[in-house]
Write a protein that binds this ligand. Structure first.
Ligand code: PEP
Ligand code: MN
Length: 262
């Protein structure tokens, strides 16, 4: 993962979208794949606004075992259908090696969640996958630990890894996590891998997502992973940190004033 091994920035093309130094990539969508209608409606909205990558979890790592756990394999089927119909690329989480082949098939990018950043058997398994991996930073991981986790994937032979900062645990209680944008410049300096930022989990409050998205762009990040839903109040997970479509549209316009997106 280090620039000592490879000087030039890693670039990749995901569902026709270039990821790397010359672009700022936006990935948006609901926290969870809740229904066919939701993911289809979201994908159509994204495509109409020039966003080509949809996020939605079919397997959800929830704090409570009684909370909505995601639609599982049924959700993956819906995501595959949405990709087929709209052409969007799919970013979705893999939580368990058991489902690696199923997620690899449905996804254009395999997401590894913050809680699994050091699940070494899972990292080794996605090292054998033929799809890019988006590796969230663990909520108490140092930069070195995060890069070593990426190293597990690269060492397995999968070189398409995207790092994603999503906030860390601090004493602060004004936000769900503390979005550590100060990790972006050192991550970019030490590593050739693209670095994305997730301002949704980073703040936990939708009203702060646009400002932190613009700040992520200013920090030198290569892209955003942002939660968006047509009716955040009705979302089955992470509604309070999810922006609605008009807010996303406005944010895209603001980002485009500063940088070419896609
Ligand atoms: C998510 O992206 O919905 C998610 C569960 O993220 P994290 O692993 O960063 O908490
Ligand atoms: Mn979420």
């Amino acid at each position: 993962a280090s620039r000592e091994m490879k000087k030039d920035d890693t670039r990749m093309t995901i569902a026709g979208v270039n990821v790397g130094p010359t672009t700022f990539t936006v990935v948006a969508g609901p926290c969870s794949c809740e229904s066919e209608a939701l993911v289809m409606r979201t994908a159509e909205f994204l495509v109409s606004k020039g966003v080509k990558l949809l996020r939605a979890g079919a397997f959800k790592p929830r704090t409570s075992p009684y909370a909505f756990q995601g639609m599982g394999l049924e959700g993956l089927k819906l995501l595959a259908k949405v990709r087929e119909k709209t052409g969007v690329g799919i970013v979705t989480e893999l939580m368990d090696t058991e489902y690696a082949s199923a997620v690899e098939e449905a996804a254009d990018v395999i997401q590894i969640g913050a809680r699994n950043m050091q699940n070494f058997s899972l990292l080794k398994r996605v090292g054998k996958c033929r799809k890019p991996v988006l590796l969230k930073r663990g909520m108490s991981a140092t930069l070195d630990e995060w890069l070593m986790a990426a190293e597990y994937i690269l060492a397995g032979g999968n070189y398409d890894v995207i790092l994603c900062e999503r906030g860390v645990r601090t004493f602060a209680d004004h936000s769900r996590n503390t979005l550590d944008l100060s990790v972006v410049p050192p991550a970019k300096a030490l590593s050739h891998l693209p670095v994305f930022v997730d301002p949704s989990h980073g703040t936990g409050k939708w009203a702060y997502v646009p400002a932190m998205s613009l700040a992520a762009l200013a920090s030198g990040a290569d892209g955003l992973l942002v939660e968006a839903h047509p009716e955040p109040d009705k979302a089955l997970s992470d509604g309070p940190q999810t922006i609605d479509f008009p807010t996303l549209e406005k944010l895209l316009a603001q980002l485009r004033q500063v940088a070419p997106i896609l």
